[in-house]
Write a protein that binds this ligand. Structure first.
Ligand SMILES: Nc1nc2c(ncn2[C@@H]2O[C@H](COP(=O)(O)OP(=O)(O)O)[C@@H](O)[C@H]2O)c(=O)[nH]1
Ligand SMILES: Nc1ncnc2c1ncn2[C@@H]1O[C@H](COP(=O)(O)OP(=O)(O)O)[C@@H](O)[C@H]1O
Length: 227
């Protein structure tokens, strides 16, 4: 069996992690894992961890490290047959250290996007909660306004995507990400991409990954919202 490829994508809210992860999943056949989707699914399924996580998310807080690691790490350990790309985890140094002791990452992508760009994008971000599909009224609008392309269900706008919440979220991201980025830099696996347009950053990510993993046909792709 080919060696598994394990990668993490980091970046502030609105930096395009979800959008780029989907492209990577399609092009290279990696399984796209999203910590946010996973938490939301646990909330919807009323699991113990989901009930606990909800009390934090409702207050606009991160879910505590021990809850996140207990939720995610066993799931990653089960991924013995698929290469994966993790979006949204680790968010703290403690999570990064826990991940480190579970697996060896091959690559970390860090997105560096100007504040004004983030603010504009998020004020226009619409989400289909059940699938995690994201839309942007300018960049990738849904076919029917306000409706998910596949299910036709209504799209929602997160309160914490509003500009007044964004400044605090960004500050928190910067503080928490710094030591994680330094850790991955020291391991020699960090690759940073800067810019205002996903379409301009994408070719660089694509060519980097092409040197690391063989591309695959679209039929191999999957997005696994973790159970
Ligand atoms: N205008 C514009 N919107 C983008 C671009 N890349 C992503 N988006 C949109 O910006 C929002 C944030 O992207 P997303 O992938 O959800 O970011 P994440 O929070 O890092 O996962 C979404 O509505 C995307 O559709 C871009 O290059 N230009
Ligand atoms: N790695 C993580 N550590 C702590 N909390 C997390 C993590 N991933 C997701 N969460 C929680 O789930 C929520 C939703 O995550 P996500 O979809 O990544 O959205 P966002 O970062 O845009 O809020 C976060 O706001 C946070 O409360």
């Amino acid at each position: 069996m080919a060696k598994l490829f394990r990668a993490v994508i980091m970046g502030p809210p609105g930096s395009g992690k979800g959008t780029i992860s989907e492209r990577i999943a399609q092009r290279f056949g990696l399984t796209h894992l999203s910590s946010g989707d996973f938490v939301r699914e646990n909330i919807a399924a009323n699991t113990d961890a989901g009930v606990l996580a909800k009390t934090y998310i409702e207050r606009g807080l991160l879910v505590p490290d021990h809850v996140m690691t207990r939720l995610l790490l066993p799931r990653l350990e089960e991924m013995t047959r698929h290469s994966w790309l993790m979006d949204g985890f680790p968010r703290t140094l403690a999570q990064a250290k826990a991940l480190n002791s579970t697996c060896d990452l091959d690559l970390v992508i860090s997105l560096n996007i100007p504040y004004e760009t983030l603010k504009d994008r998020l004020s226009d971000r619409w989400i289909h909660p059940a699938s995690g599909r994201v839309y942007n009224m300018g960049f990738n609008p849904p076919r029917v306004q306000g409706r998910d392309d596949i299910s036709g269900e209504p799209l929602i706008h997160h309160d914490d995507d509003k500009p007044e919440a964004l400044v605090a979220r960004l500050r928190q991201y910067k503080d928490l990400a710094k030591p994680i980025i330094n850790l991955y830099k020291s391991k020699g696996i960090l690759h940073t991409f800067s810019g205002t347009d996903t379409d301009r950053i994408w070719p660089y990510i694509n060519s980097l990954l092409s040197t690391k993993i063989p591309s695959t046909s679209q039929t191999d792709t999957q997005r696994i919202p973790m159970p």
